[in-house]
Ligand binder design. Structure first.
Ligand code: SAH
Length: 252
């Protein structure tokens, strides 16, 4: 059995209890060394074999995992955040399916959740936005035109933009061309939940300048929307006059 495990956003104690146990029991760990906190490997078995996938191709990762599985070893493939977000896990699963190798996924705390915690923010505020768009700028990996930043910006929903810290000039242009006013609140969250985390609050028009002055070039999320600052309506769920399945509303 191969276990795909979400490592969480950075802080070593933000992995799930299940993920931690799987790491402790693993005979072989293949971890995404560019972003996974190496502290997570501290509690491994003394004879556990470690591979850093930052230096490996898909073929090499599969060879290591399939080989170990054949020898009856317990394998953990450790991905940053949650494996389902820009994790390149599907291609690994397809290869394992072809070889008839069983696998399971243990979810993790994605960095977009870590960043909300760092910002002490709620992405979905009544009267502001009830949707979160998780996306990226096109880079070496293309983004379909129907999902361009410009098109999403037209909704003025909350946006969390991954993998785009090196493209802030174009990102700013796309966000404003799509419809966000240039003074829309924005934030750059660098290494959310890591000890050297940085949280920079700015506006859409000052994203590039802010990243430059803070020296941020990678491992950051760009977060945009009026949820960061501004008027909202309180929830109905906790409104005294509102009846729910669990609580009868009181009339004034
Ligand atoms: N599966 C991961 C994302 C992998 S893509 C997740 O769920 O978070 C890698 C990108 O994620 C980085 O380029 C950066 O944009 C973002 N990222 C990952 N960890 C981060 C962190 N701790 N703080 C800010 N951004 C992070």
């Amino acid at each position: 059995m191969i276990h795909f495990v979400g490592a969480g956003p950075g802080a070593a104690d933000l992995i799930t209890v299940r993920g931690q146990r799987l790491l402790e029991e693993a005979d072989v760990i293949v971890y995404a060394g560019s972003l996974v906190n190496p502290k997570l490997l501290d509690n491994r078995k003394t004879d556990c074999e470690i591979h850093n996938s930052a230096y490996m191709t898909l073929e090499e990762v599969i060879e290591v995992m399939a080989g170990a599985e054949k020898r009856g070893k317990k394998v953990v493939r450790l991905h940053t955040g949650d494996p389902s977000i820009y994790g390149a896990v599907r291609e690994q699963m397809d290869e394992l399916d072809q070889r008839g190798i069983a696998y399971e996924v243990c979810p993790g705390v994605s960095s977009f959740c870590g960043a909300a915690a760092s910002l002490r923010a709620e992405y979905t505020l009544p009267d502001i936005s009830q949707s979160v768009v998780i996306t990226r700028m096109a880079g070496r990996t293309p983004v379909p035109e129907r999902e361009s930043i410009r098109r999403f910006a037209a909704h003025q929903a909350t946006m969390v933009i991954f993998l785009s810290t090196g493209l802030l000039e174009d990102l700013q242009k796309e966000l404003t061309a799509g419809g966000y006013p240039p003074d829309t609140p924005a934030a750059i969250v660098y290494k959310a939940t890591w000890p050297d985390e940085k949280v920079c609050r700015c506006t859409v028009e000052s994203l590039k300048e802010t990243a430059e002055s803070e020296g941020i070039r990678k491992t950051a999320l760009i977060i945009v929307g009026r949820f960061l600052k501004g008027e909202y309506r309180r929830s109905e769920l906790y409104n005294p006059a509102f009846t729910t399945e669990f609580r009868k509303g009181k009339r004034e």
